[in-house]
Design a protein around this ligand. Structure first.
Ligand code: ADP
Ligand code: MG
Length: 271
């Protein structure tokens, strides 16, 4: 059987705190438990923390060293929970130095080399539409956008999806994270996204789940820490969708009237 083409998927959002790092780590571990070879890369150069969520304690060589050309990629890969992790360092001085210097071509080279070693590369992208985000998106073929089920987060997400389109990476869909409480329901979110950017599906709804924070405190990915918790189950299902082993969890919602707030936001965004 021919080897499947390796896939690069960036996990992105308009603002920080939506759950990109949590999703990158847990989706990576879940894909690995489906038998896929997975590398996850921390491209959030300024706010790196993927290695912590993955329970890695000591990473002497990081993406910084690779980007500077001072280390081989193999020296900066660490394995935990069946997944290879390419971490980024946290030293403030290094971050300051790197942010001004990193070149798009170098990021693309690193991604190409990682793809020669794996089946699926997940990139924990920085939030927003800054340069480092552009590099991550441009270097990946597919994009998964993460949003909270609120209007401000969705507006940010809309911009990220537009950026992905401009950079010719394929926005696979939207993951709604921390669902529950008084926020928007899925049909309202779908109605908003359908009108703002045509045809972007909702790939998963991950509930608000206290086990996610607990797992983070322990430095263990939630899908390992508490596999039966609601968030873990939702992320595992997302992994089977991403791996092409399950259908999308939702059928398209029928056309429906949207709320006045949604209508106003759409008018402001799309002119
Ligand atoms: P980002 O990488 O987008 O900045 P993180 O993945 O670091 O976001 O998540 C921000 C915080 O929210 C973390 O403390 C994380 O544990 C928490 N969190 C993420 N997803 C959930 C969830 N589904 N339920 C509860 N807490 C969550
Ligand atoms: Mg993060």
């Amino acid at each position: 059987m021919p080897k499947p083409h390796p896939r690069s998927i960036s996990v992105c959002s308009g603002k920080g705190g939506t759950g990109k790092t949590t999703l990158t780590a847990n989706l990576g571990v879940s894909l690995a438990s489906l038998g896929r070879k997975v590398v996850i890369m921390d491209a959030d150069l300024a706010m790196a923390n993927l290695s912590i969520v993955m329970g890695l304690r000591k990473c002497d060589v990081t993406l910084f060293d690779v980007l500077k050309g001072e280390a081989e990629i193999g020296q900066a890969l660490y394995e935990n929970y069946g997944v290879k992790v390419l971490p980024t360092g946290f030293r403030f001085e290094d971050v300051q130095e790197m942010l001004g210097k990193v070149r798009r071509e170098r990021v693309e080279e690193v991604v190409r080399e990682l793809l020669s070693r794996t089946e699926i590369l997940l990139i924990d992208a920085p939030a927003g539409i800054q340069e480092a985000t552009i590099f991550s998106l441009a270097a990946s073929r597919e994009t998964i956008a993460v949003s909270l089920p609120s209007y401000p987060s969705l507006v940010d997400c809309y911009k990220t999806v537009r950026l992905a389109n401009l950079l010719r990476t394929w926005p696979r869909g939207l993951v709604l994270n921390r669902v529950g409480g008084e926020y928007l329901d899925r049909s309202e979110v779908q109605a908003f996204m359908d009108r703002a950017v045509k045809g972007i599906p909702i790939l998963a709804e991950i509930p608000e789940d206290p086990k996610v924070r607990e797992a983070e405190m322990e430095g263990v990915p939630a899908v390992v820490y508490e596999p039966s918790s609601p968030a873990s189950q939702a992320i595992r299902h997302l992994a089977s969708v991403v791996a092409g082993e399950a259908d999308l969890p939702y059928v398209p919602i029928e056309e429906r009237e949207v709320r006045e707030t949604t209508r106003r936001l759409l008018a402001a965004l799309t002119g």
